[in-house]
Design a protein. Structure first.
Length: 97
């Protein structure tokens, strides 16, 4: 149903989510690749709630062992953004089948 609503596929939703249980849990936060069916080259993503006030993107990147440019790209942040609070997509290694 989600795949149809967002013009994607179940396979694409599974591929971009680092952790996706079956069946889905109530209130689980998942990543939906909008209007994307080919996710080759995209990392798996983990939605993470950032609740620290005034943490910089550079600190977040260091904490999650990713680059600040990846955080900006996958969260569609403006280059002038220097800190963040709220839900953020964190790139992760793809799960092996």
């Amino acid at each position: 149903m989600l795949a149809e609503d967002y013009e994607t596929t179940e396979k694409a939703i599974g591929a971009v989510n680092y952790f996706l249980p079956s069946p889905l849990w109530s209130e689980l936060v998942i990543v939906i690749p909008l209007s994307i069916t080919d996710v080759d080259g995209l990392p798996s993503l983990r939605p993470v709630l950032i609740e620290e006030d005034d943490i910089s993107l550079e600190e977040l990147a260091q904490n999650f062992s990713v680059s600040s440019s990846e955080l900006m790209e996958f969260n569609q942040l403006d280059p002038s953004c220097r800190s963040f609070y709220g839900w953020m997509l964190i790139p992760a290694e793809k799960n092996s089948p």
